[in-house]
Design a protein around this ligand. Structure first.
Ligand code: CMP
Length: 143
């Protein structure tokens, strides 16, 4: 089953949006197979956002994502990587359509509430960065 990594960022946690966001993924029909409330270390933030290392906003991005608890999740389901991106909406909340998470709850790009993997490769990489193998559950009975 396809899996993706989704993280409610510090602004989303502080605004009590964990329930609202989780509800949208559940309502859509995806299965939650991993979840934890955690504070991201500086090292993990740098690794997670390595592709943005050269960007002018990299320092602020790392500072923000380490500024308070995040809610890290792994969701499973058919085409979950791409469909999660549609549920989440465009990176800049001011351009994200109403009905999407960022469109409904966000205003500015550096506090855009939620992160979702942008490809199958990123999903695998990000899941392995944030979760150990035994922190991911299966809904099927194991022998
Ligand atoms: P995310 O999907 O987590 O991936 C990279 C993040 O960089 C992005 O969401 C934004 O929150 C953040 N970011 C901060 N400033 C900018 C910017 N000017 N343009 C794009 N992304 C930005």
């Amino acid at each position: 089953m396809e899996k993706t990594f989704v993280m409610v960022k510090p602004d989303g946690v502080q605004r009590n949006l964990i329930g609202e966001i989780t509800k949208r993924f559940e309502r859509k029909g995806f299965q939650l197979v991993g979840a934890k409330l955690m504070v991201v270390s500086n090292e993990l933030a740098q690794t997670h956002y390595a592709e943005h290392k050269e960007k002018v906003f990299f320092g602020d991005l790392v500072e923000f994502i380490t500024s308070g608890p995040v809610f890290a999740m792994v969701w499973a389901g058919e085409n979950v990587v791409a469909t999660s991106r549609s549920l989440i909406g465009k990176t800049n909340p001011s351009e994200a359509s109403p009905g999407t998470i960022r469109g409904d709850f966000g205003v500015i790009v550096d506090k855009n509430i939620i992160h979702g993997s942008d490809s199958l490769e990123s999903a695998e990489r990000e899941i392995n960065l944030f979760f150990k193998q035994d922190e991911i559950v299966s809904y099927e009975k194991q022998e």
